[in-house]
Structure formats: C-alpha cells, structure tokens
Design a binder for this molecule. Structure first.
Ligand SMILES: Nc1ncnc2c1ncn2[C@@H]1O[C@H](COP(=O)(O)OP(=O)(O)OP(=O)(O)O)[C@@H](O)[C@H]1O
Length: 259
C-alpha cells in the first residue's frame, strides 16, 4: 500500500549561497502533502536564498533537493511548472492586467500554444477567485489594489497553477495583523483541504507557531525542523534572538520584550 503522506519535497545536507559565500549549510527536512510549513530565522540568515534555491531560481552549492523522489535539477522547465509554483516578494511586471487575467496566467503551463483556456482551466480560475475572496475585484486592474489584495491575487494565481508544491517568500510583508492572519489561514486551508504542500518564509514567528504544521528554524547551526510544539519543548526558540532584548515565553508560545 502506498503511503498517503508522500514526501513532496526532501532536502538533504543542502548548502546554499553564492559563488562569493556560503549562506547556510546542513539543511535537512522533508514536507508532506497537506502541510503548511514556515521557514524562520533572523535577518540575513538565508530564508529567501533557500526559497529561491528550492524554487530552482538559483543553484544549490551542494546537497540534494528532490521533488516527489526526483532530483530538482532533472526536471524540465515545463514539467517543473506543473509541480511547483513560486510567489516572490517582487511586484509582478504584469500589474496592468485585471485580477482575473493575472490569475488566468497560472494556467499557462497547461494551455496550448495560443493559450486557449479549457472549461476545466476556467473552473480552476473561478475557484481560485472565490477561495481568495476576489470575486468583487475580478475586473479591477492589479495596479489599483492594496498590498493585501495584490498578495491574495498572487497566491490565487499559484492556486490556479494547481501544483502540488507552492513556495512563497514573505507573503505577509506590509500587511496589518488582520490581513496577515487572513492570508495565513487561507494558505492553511489550501494546504489542508486541497492536500498542497506549502512552504513560506516569514518573520511572523508567533503566527507560524499557531498556524503551521511544521517550522524550519534557520539558525546557522543545527537548522532544526519539526512541529511547533516539539520545537518549543526542545527550547529552540529561546536561542533565536539575544535575550537582553526579547525572550520566548514557552507557556504562550510567543516572544516578549525583555523590559
Ligand atoms: N545576489 C547576492 N549575492 C551575494 N550575496 C547575497 C545576494 N543576495 C543576498 N545575499 C546575501 O545572502 C545572505 C542571505 O540573504 P537572504 O536575503 O537570503 O536572507 P533572509 O534571511 O531572507 O533575510 P531577511 O530576513 O532580511 O529578508 C545575506 O548576507 C545577503 O547579504
């Protein structure tokens, strides 16, 4: 019998960085379908570099990345576009499109060479609009949207791309607390209801502890990975920041200012 919890992505002894320097090494973890996973760590530790490496946007320095058991490097671009979607922090160059048109671009890996949308493509676009609460904004130009609305559109486009794995770089930057929680809950629903594997970088550690199934802590040493409660029990959050400024309260699972 096949294991229903397949490893969508597995990372073994990965080192990441640039020709000029290694940013992080000794990274090991696996994410399953149906899981929402966060990558956290202090500024400059390598969260975005890791996400770009996993998204095949820059090469790894050493180690291996496998998606559904196959090496990332062995995927052709069209095949990878059906396995993996990436939502980056940069603003899209296509902001003159309407919300619906931008989300429809998510179907490009599946459409024919003139980009004709099939009935099932159209259904997925409508489902993505509805899931991310965008029906009322469907005809608005993307340059007319607030940061939070645009973030929902970019994630809805990834949902329309319908890949098993979705990678997002800081999807809640610039959002107020309500909209941060809204985005993270929508991502959680997408992972749990549609059995997607969703991996995102964030500085919202308290929210990640409450909403994520697993967390990777990039700490320049062990890079622990596990369920939030395991990481709390093992006291990994205590060492994240210098304790003269902020301390971790294991009872509430949140950080407090050291007054
Ligand atoms: N193109 C590049 N060439 C060389 N070094 C780079 C390049 N881009 C980033 N770096 C360096 O790599 C390190 C990791 O950067 P990265 O942006 O991945 O960190 P981060 O954890 O996402 O940071 P933040 O929390 O501030 O967004 C930093 O020291 C950064 O200066």
């Amino acid at each position: 019998m096949s294991n229903p919890k397949t490893h969508t992505i597995s990372i073994n002894n990965l080192a990441i960085g640039y020709t000029s320097k290694t940013v992080a090494k000794n990274i090991n973890f696996s994410c399953h379908s149906g899981e929402l996973c966060a990558i956290i760590g202090v500024n400059g530790v390598g969260k975005s570099t890791l996400l770009r490496t996993l998204g095949n946007l820059q090469p790894e320095l050493s180690g291996s990345i496998t998606i559904k058991g196959e090496n990332l490097a062995d995927y052709s671009s069209p095949k990878l576009a059906q396995e993996l979607s990436v939502v980056l922090t940069e603003q899209p160059s296509s902001k003159n499109l309407t919300v619906e048109e931008l989300i429809a671009l998510g179907r490009q890996p599946y459409t024919n060479w003139i980009g004709t949308l099939s009935p099932s493509d159209k259904t997925l676009i409508q489902d993505s609009l509805a899931a991310f609460l965008l029906n009322d904004l469907r005809h608005n130009k993307c340059h007319e949207l607030s940061d939070g609305q645009l973030q929902r559109v970019l994630i809805a486009r990834a949902m329309a791309q319908d890949t098993p794995l979705i990678l997002l770089d800081e999807p809640t930057t610039h959002l107020d607390l309500y909209h941060k929680v809204q985005i993270l809950k929508l991502l959680q629903q997408l992972a749990h209801n549609e059995q997607k594997t969703i991996l995102f970088t964030t500085h919202e550690i308290d929210l990640a502890i409450q909403l994520c199934d697993k967390i990777l802590i990039l700490d320049c040493a062990e890079n622990p990975f596990g369920e939030p409660c395991e990481l709390i029990e093992q006291k990994h959050f205590e060492h994240l920041f210098p304790s003269e400024m902020v301390v971790f309260d294991a009872k509430t699972g949140s950080f407090k200012v050291n007054k």
